[in-house]
Design a protein around this ligand. Structure first.
Ligand code: SF4
Length: 237
C-alpha cells in the first residue's frame, strides 16, 4: 500500500545524534507480527520506490556522521538501486555509521551488507525487533517469528534491539528483565510503547503506567536506551 503522507526524513538530536530516513521497500516478508500494521507502507513498484527513496535520501546532509535507515521491514526489502544510493550518499556525505533494521529470518544477509559498507570505512549497526526475551510470549502472543530462545545467539548477528512494552501480561519485573537483557547482549536498546493501531493487540494502560512510574525515570537518561512513547517520536512515520 503506497502512503506518501508520511514524514520520511528527520533528525534525532538527543542520544546518539543521527539523521533518520523512512524509505519504502517491497514490503516486509514476515508480515505476521500480531501488533504491527506499519508493514502496510510498501509498494511492489520498484521504480516508484526508488524515485521516492532517492528524493528522501537527497535530504541527508551528513551533519552528525550517522544515518539510520528504516523501511517498515528489513533492509533486504529495499531495491538494489536504493541500497546503492544509500552507499553513495553515505560516502558522499561522510557518514561513518549507518543503522539498518532486519528481521531474524534475514540474518544471513547481514554479513554481505556489513562488508559492502565496511569496505568504505562505514560501520554498520543492525537493529532487530525482539520485543521481549520471553520467548513463549513473543512467539505465541506476538507471533514474532524468532525460532531462537537464547539472547546471546539472537545477538550474534545484530547490534541493537527493539523492545515492545505496554502489553497485557507485562510487569515491572518482566520489562526490567527485558531491558537489562538487551543492555547485556546488545550495544543499544530501543523501547517502543504500544500505541493503538489497526491490529487486535491493544495497549494496556496499567502496564504503560507501571513503565512510566517505575522504569522510565531509571532509563530515560541512559545514552544506550531510546524510548519512543509514540511511534513517531523519531520524527518519521
Ligand atoms: S517484522 Fe517488522 S515490519 Fe514485519 S510484521 Fe514484524 S514488526 Fe511489522
Amino acid at each position: 500500500m503506497e502512503n506518501d503522507s508520511l514524514t520520511r526524513y528527520s533528525e534525532i538530536t538527543e542520544k546518539n545524534r543521527r539523521e533518520i530516513v523512512l524509505l519504502r521497500g517491497a514490503g516486509c516478508k514476515w508480515r505476521r507480527c500480531a501488533f504491527c500494521d506499519y508493514h502496510l507502507d510498501f509498494s511492489s513498484d520498484e521504480d516508484s520506490n526508488f524515485a521516492l527513496n532517492q528524493e528522501v535520501l537527497g535530504q541527508v546532509t551528513g551533519k552528525y556522521g550517522r544515518l539510520e535507515v528504516i523501511n517498515s521491514g528489513s533492509f533486504v526489502d529495499l531495491d538494489r538501486r536504493t541500497l546503492g544510493r544509500i552507499l553513495d550518499i553515505s560516502i558522499e556525505k561522510k557518514i561513518t555509521e549507518i543503522h539498518f533494521e532486519c528481521h531474524w529470518i534475514h540474518r544471513g544477509a547481514v554479513a554481505a551488507l556489513r562488508k559492502a559498507f565496511e569496505a568504505h570505512g562505514i560501520q554498520t549497526k543492525i537493529k532487530i525487533g525482539v520485543e521481549t526475551f520471553d520467548a513463549l510470549y513473543r512467539e505465541q502472543v506476538l507471533l514474532k517469528g524468532i525460532d531462537e530462545t537464547s539472547p546471546a545467539k539472537i545477538a550474534a548477528c545484530f547490534d541493537e534491539v527493539c523492545l515492545l512494552f505496554g502489553l497485557d501480561g507485562q510487569t515491572e519485573a518482566s520489562m526490567r528483565c527485558d531491558i537489562e537483557t538487551g543492555l547485556a547482549y546488545f550495544e543499544r536498546v530501543c523501547i517502543n510503547i504500544m500505541v493503538e493501531n489497526t491490529t487486535r493487540i491493544k495497549p494496556s494502560p496499567p502496564v504503560i503506567d507501571t513503565f512510566m512510574k517505575k522504569l522510565y525515570p531509571v532509563y530515560k537518561d541512559d545514552g544506550r536506551v531510546d524510548i519512543l512513547l509514540n511511534n513517531t517520536d523519531f520524527g518519521v512515520g
